[in-house]
Design a protein around this ligand. Sequence first.
Ligand code: SF4
Length: 363
Amino acid sequence: MDQSISEGIVGRYWHVLPDGRVQCDVCPRYCKLNEGQRGLCFVRARHNDRIVLTTYGRSSGFCIDPIEKKPLNHFLPGTPVLSFGTAGCNLTCKFCQNWDISKVRAFDRLQDQASPAAIAEAAVRTGCRSVAFTYNDPVIFLEYAVDVAQACRARGLKTVAVSAGYIAEEPRVEFFRHMDAANIDLKGFTEGFYKNLCTGHLTPVLETLEYLKHETEVWFEITTLLIPGENDSVEEVEAESRWVMEHLGPDVPLHFTAFHPDWKMTDKPPTPPATLRRARRIAMEAGIRYVYTGNIHDPAGQTTYCHGCGAALIGRDWYDLGTWTLSAQGRCRACGMPCAGVFDGAHGDWGRRRRPVSVQAFV
Ligand code: SF4
């Protein structure tokens, strides 16, 4: 028996099919497994006729990041967030920018044994305001993420999911009930992009975005990594921007970030800054109020502006904050217009630092 499968905990979303296979119901792949088989994400598997999560309590490492790195520009700006991931992924993006974690097939990288209580303790004692499930998609380690989120909220911490939003309807409800904020990757805006480059589908991601907007209180922002020649055309950015306006409204922030050649896509050049600025312009012309460029230095494209009077509310250069002209209640000090988001008095001063943390020290 595969040792790492036998160590798993039993998952919550699966059922037995008439032909004897067991179907995982966590994400729209609905993997149908025979005994001993793993799902596409590699971390869920069939063991003793049940679906188990094999990475419960095991992490690929912890780091304190700026919240802007998730990216979240309207959620407790300037504060540190204890960030971690596990292994595996339920999409197969050829352009993956975290492939050393998401594509891992051996769990020797998962060295940090981390209980939910130890993670919450580490976050509190290192001065973090929140804990983020990131680096790989937390949808696939849902049961672990939910337990960690509950432990963190019990200690007064906020919880953040960084996800592609590729999750089935029933687990979606449970997962996001335990999240205070999310960044959802909208990887492109055509079915062809999802099919050819991620072996997935666009519609479930759009359903997740609509669910978050209309049925939850989760603060969320959207990120689209623009890849030259794949999803960066004027038409595609216009279509995405129109959809966001029509289905989510003007207050959901949209980040256009720069691609760097990686994983199985090394034949494409990095995204030119001009492409990111053009996308930002298109989205703002469509009516979206908060649109940002990312992974480049572009203070004008990374500053938050008041949609009432145009004043700079939060100056930003990459992860460094400058200007701050918001009131404690998150209103423009010049005209009183509210800025959408979650603000809590003065901004934090964590800056661009990244600090690795050993959670073992807090057990
Ligand atoms: S979570 Fe993993 S095992 Fe379950 S359906 Fe998705 S890819 Fe398959």
